[in-house]
Design a protein around this ligand. Structure first.
Ligand code: UD1
Length: 389
């Protein structure tokens, strides 16, 4: 692919993609001759799930929005593929860059590779070894199709090598999500989202929950809520609730287990103080913007989550994290960081939360190369491939 000047299509689709693409675009902008387009598949479309992140992270407006919206996996993936094929045929990019493990990631990788356009996968090689997770299929297929595999940790390299990926395609660069965290950390620390919600520093927990394996099963979701309710007698739990979780809570009749608080959505909206959390309970609010959410995390006592990225962010912030899943594709957050894997066993969740409340929470350190410079490494490698300075 050696030539002067290059055209890259950067793809985003769902919430966890936005904080990953932001520093990559910033790094690309600094390289003369590195041309790029931003394509948003429209997998996530609500203001809280998408637009808020573009504003807060100053991501340029997408050049193209495929507006595919929600649907079954096959429908969503198929819609993205059909629309993205037109884009590739029209734009003739030299490279398609995808991030993470969402349906948009696999759909665009499939399209590009069938058109013989090289694919770069950022966050390659992560494996939960659980194929019931849609993300695991997305990761495996995307990695098999990619020409450039940018990894966050040694374990990811080992996974790829074991699967037969040629070593010269694998680049250990660190974690771009952490680039974004470090770029905004000063702002995040200085904000007062926690205070405006009526919380006390270190005296509340943050919760996120949206994995189908946790919230689409009535019994499992019920068991988790039972444990959270017990914990919430000791410490208020703030729960920015994902749309799919809200929907299943309504369907299963669990809404009564939560208290709802109206939060001004983003840090940009400071004139609206929102409502205050008052007493124990699991307090739900709308999904928060990036900065407001991280502000809650940074000043919390601990975090409970089934997200992938939050396991990494809490590791870097050294905040104890209880991961409510049976497996993680990010084991480095356990071996080196502040993460513990608990599944959905209610007793265990309460037990570990109680330890944290006693001051015995797990602490750790950030893995190597999670230093805020991963995007620069990626772009430097790509620029060299394109023959750019
Ligand atoms: C997707 C990703 C998941 C990621 C998560 C972060 C896949 C397979 N899953 O899961 O890896 O952790 O994003 O949020 O790609 N919805 C809205 N508004 C939106 C988007 C979704 O209301 O803006 C609702 C719809 O009812 C939709 C449901 O959420 O059907 C699920 O959305 P979808 O994108 O299919 O998966 P997520 O659960 O968000």
């Amino acid at each position: 692919m050696r030539r002067s000047g290059a055209k890259v299509i950067n793809v985003v689709g769902a919430r966890p993609n936005f904080m990953k693409i932001s520093p990559i675009i910033r790094a690309m902008e600094k390289v003369p001759g590195m041309g790029w387009l931003l394509v948003h598949t429209g997998q996530h479309y609500d203001v809280e799930m998408s637009e808020a992140f573009f504003q807060e992270l100053a991501i340029p407006r997408p050049d193209i929005n495929l507006e595919v919206g929600s649907g079954s996996h096959a429908y969503q993936t198929g819609q993205i593929m059909m629309a993205f094929e037109d884009v590739c045929l029209r734009e003739k990019p030299d490279l398609v860059l995808v991030v993470g493990d969402v349906n948009s990631t696999i759909a665009c990788s499939l399209v590009a590779s069938k058109l013989h356009i090289p694919v770069a996968h950022v966050e390659a090689g992560l494996r939960s070894f659980d194929r019931r997770m849609p993300e695991e299929i997305n990761r495996m297929v995307t990695d098999m199709l990619s020409t450039y595999l940018f990894t966050t940790c040694e374990e990811a390299n080992e996974n790829l090598l074991r699967e037969g990926v040629a070593p010269e395609k694998i680049f250990l660069v660190g974690d771009v999500m952490i680039d974004t965290l470090y770029a905004h950390l000063e702002t995040i620390r200085s904000m007062d989202t926690w205070r405006r919600m009526g919380l006390k520093k270190g005296k509340y927990a943050v919760l996120t929950l949206h994995r189908p394996s946790n919230v689409d099963d009535r019994d499992i979701f019920g068991e988790i809520i039972g444990a959270l309710t017990t914990i919430s007698h000791e410490i208020p739990i703030v729960f920015p609730i994902h749309p799919r979780t809200r929907e299943t809570a309504r369907r299963f009749g669990y809404e009564g287990c939560f208290k709802f608080v109206k939060m001004s959505n983003s840090s940009t909206n400071r004139s609206d103080p929102g409502e205050r959390i008052d007493g124990p309970g699991i307090w739900c609010c709308e999904p928060l913007g990036y900065l407001g959410f991280q502000n809650l995390v940074v000043h919390s006592g601990f975090v409970m989550t089934d997200s992938g990225g939050i396991q990494e962010e809490t590791t870097v912030l050294n905040i104890p994290c209880l991961t409510l899943r049976d497996t993680t594709e990010r084991p480095v957050t356990i071996t080196q960081g502040s993460n513990l894997l608990l599944g959905h066993d209610g007793g265990r969740i309460v037990q570990e939360a109680t330890k944290i409340l006693r001051g015995e929470g797990k602490r750790g350190q950030a893995p190597p190369l999670w230093d805020g410079k991963s995007s620069q490494r990626i772009v430097r490698i790509l620029a060299k491939e394109f023959g750019l300075k």
